[in-house]
Design a protein around this ligand. Sequence first.
Ligand SMILES: O=C([C@@H]1CCCNC1)N1CCCCC1
Length: 330
Amino acid sequence: DTGSAAAVPINEVDIAYVTPVTVGTPPQTLMLDLDTGSSDLWVFSSLTPSSQVRGQEIYSPAKSSTSKLLSGHTWSIRYGDGSGSRGTVYTDNFTIGGLEVESQAVQTAQEVSSSFTQEQSLDGLVGLGFSTLNTVRPSSQLTFFDNARPKLDEEVFTADLKYHATGSYDFGFIDRAKYTGNITYTPVQQSPGYWTHSLSGYAVGSGAFQSTQIQGISDTGTTLLYLPTAIVTAYYRQVQGAQNSQYYGGYVFPCSSTLPTFTFGIEGARFTIPASYINYTRISPTSSTCYGGLQSSSGLGINIFGDVALKAAFVVFSGTNPPRIGFGTK
Ligand SMILES: O=C([C@@H]1CCCNC1)N1CCCCC1
């Protein structure tokens, strides 16, 4: 089997992407954020206090003839940005892009943090990290990908995220029409449960490529690209008027600045992020100061290859043994 579904940016700066999924019988359609940086599948639900729901679609297990309570099981997750949610668990039929998993653990939120309440076009997350990260207790649950794996034509899913446009996620096949040339693969270290791998180096604009191993995680659920401070300062040294603002919590610069491109390496292959992707957003709607799509990872304890980087490539998440990740030019 295979599946293919849209990845729709939820606002005009691609802060996150949502994908239509269906839960239950008859199918209830929700728009969920497919997140390779976590492994819980949770949804706004009929159990979410109405004070915490602001326009989101909800899953009502009582309206599904195939829902079953996973008795005695709970979950609680805290994301690196301080957001979080918690609740109870049902199993139910779950589909993405025509690919169905019967009896998928669907984590129903009984509480969500304010940033989720405020994000009205996001109805929950589909964790596509390794199932070892799942927070359901007393028994942890499998991700949609792990459940679908036995029925997939090929043990892969792919991400084709786009700048200010709708892209796609595919399951079970690699669509030759979505990239040119070959996919370059590199090993994944699946502990503690992220898609952890290394870049082979980087270049700022037309500068020389610096060959250096940079370990981090490819995370479709993180908006920006977070790299070591030395690399980030070297980048913004090329930007007139750029500064690392304590007030805004990162590098800002005049929106009129000419930004260099940023190139990253995967093994011998090179992927160039256009300057426009790094001119991320105005710090407020009328401001002429802009916030960068490349920021320092020093506060995070981990480098994160988020959407600003991933949308510059066609990315193959391969669940083979051992797992690996592949990047193709598009
Ligand atoms: O919470 C997160 C991210 C947040 C954004 C969505 N993806 C998961 N983590 C990934 C980086 C290490 C810490 C955990």
